[in-house]
Design a protein around this ligand. Structure first.
Ligand code: ZN
Length: 437
């Protein structure tokens, strides 16, 4: 018998490969953080002797969710400014609040609050976009979660950097040092084409090319953004990014609520990725990304919650459900974006946007063991006919029972293993008191 680290058996396993398969009464064998076998558990029992055997008899096992767009330290601004349109929200509320409170403690504490929320909701990897990337990377690493940490670039001064040159210098220093762990990767993260000059965008591109990172940027979030760009340059932001040489399979375009035929052709031709954040787009009345149409054109779509100051949570199950419902009503087609399709957007397609699809995003032999279990032995989840649909249309994040990253358990029967829940709640409360003043 071969000795291995872990076997997890479950009633249903959803590998989340291209076809919507469901494995019944199977188990996963995991060794040194990787999936080494997926077989009926009677078979695995004969082959392997595992140090740990986890039985989940009424559970669905599937890849962890990949939240493809976050600003995690902003968890401390949850509910600070609601019911405003994007530009008012940014200029009159969020940017002034950031100016007042941003420092290393804020970043670390906000990140911890967000990471605890994400683990409890079944997210195993997130793609962040915020200042103080070194603190975000270090904090994430201390919790065992996986992330692509954005190296933020803007023109305006913050507590993190003085100007574009300073942001770029900090990004370059980090890229030269390299990642402290294979759980952390980096992306260049210029804010947007309206907050970053074309010259700075080109410098971001050159750093991204040199160090082989994606570029993570807000694009076509609102009608105003597109109109201002047209008035200033005669061109739409996506076209300008293309002319600057940024549009290719390493570009992660977040939002894309304003899309015409030219944009679709550009996205298709360049294989750029789109991150869909339906709840944030709906809450800020920014618009609707035509996901059903983009999906038909084979454009890669990932799902992101955005920061909680505009959502107001990091709930991937809810975000996927909203994406599916919105796609159906917009396309007047109940068959648009079925459960398996939207779950792929929240897992494999998120990994693809981050360039991590060979490592994570599906449950396959050789991939890293980033996975979650959903407890279906609940009144709200019975009876259970179709696991994919049950997850998207009936389950909630509270049904996430366990979370593993690289085979290491971060949530066990809903208990956080790498974080102290009481300490995290205290952080949330005490910052709330401070910011209210
Ligand atoms: Zn954002």
């Amino acid at each position: 018998m071969e000795k291995i680290d872990l076997i997890i058996e479950a009633e249903f396993i959803l590998p989340m490969a291209a076809e919507a398969s469901v494995l019944k009464n199977h188990a996963l064998a995991i060794h040194q953080g990787k999936i080494i076998a997926i077989e009926p558990y009677a078979t695995l029992q004969k082959t392997y002797q595992a140090k740990e055997w986890v039985q989940r008899p009424h559970h669905i096992l599937l890849p962890g969710f990949i939240n493809a767009h976050t600003h995690i330290p902003m968890n401390l601004f949850r509910g600070l400014a609601d019911d405003y349109p994007l530009m008012t929200w940014l200029h009159e509320h969020i940017w002034p609040a950031e100016k007042e409170h941003l420092n290393e403690d804020f970043i670390r504490d906000g990140s911890l609050l967000a990471i605890a929320e994400m683990i409890r909701g079944g997210t195993t990897c997130f793609n962040d976009h915020f200042f103080f990337h070194d603190t975000i990377a270090e904090t994430t690493l201390s919790t065992g979660l996986r992330a692509t940490v954005g190296l933020c670039v803007a023109e305006f001064p913050t507590a993190w950097a003085q100007d574009a040159t300073d942001y770029l210098k900090k990004a370059e220093t980090t890229l030269k040092q390299g990642s402290p762990s294979d759980l952390i990767t980096y992306a260049m993260a210029p804010h947007s084409i309206y907050a970053v000059s074309e010259q700075t965008l080109q410098k971001c591109k050159s750093l991204a090319r040199t160090f082989h990172t994606p570029i993570h940027i807000h694009v076509h979030e609102t009608k105003v953004e597109v109109e201002e760009s047209l008035a200033k340059t005669g061109k739409r932001p996506l076209r300008r990014l293309h002319e600057l040489g940024l549009l290719d399979s390493h570009l992660i375009a977040v939002h894309m609520t304003q899309i015409n035929e030219e944009d679709i052709a550009l996205l298709k031709e360049t294989q750029a990725h789109v991150v869909h954040s339906p709840q944030c787009n709906m809450k800020l009345a920014s618009g609707i990304c035509p996901v059903e149409r983009l999906h038909r054109e084979s454009i890669n779509i990932a799902i992101g919650t955005d920061g909680v100051a505009s959502n107001n949570d990091l709930n991937m199950i809810e975000e996927m459900r909203t994406a599916a419902f919105l796609a159906k009503v917009v396309s007047e087609n109940a068959a648009a974006i079925p459960a398996h399709t939207v779950l792929r957007m929240g897992s494999y397609q998120g990994a693809k946007a981050l360039g991590l699809e060979k490592k994570i995003g599906t449950l396959e032999i050789g991939k890293e063991a980033d996975l979650i279990s959903i407890d279906c032995d609940q009144i709200e989840l019975l009876p259970l006919y179709h696991p994919h649909a049950q997850l998207i249309y009936a389950a909630n994040r509270e049904n996430v029972n366990d979370v593993w990253v690289q085979g290491k358990m971060l949530l066990k029967n809903r208990e956080l293993t790498s974080l102290d829940e009481e300490k995290i709640k205290h952080i949330g409360r005490s910052w709330g008191e401070k910011i209210k003043k």
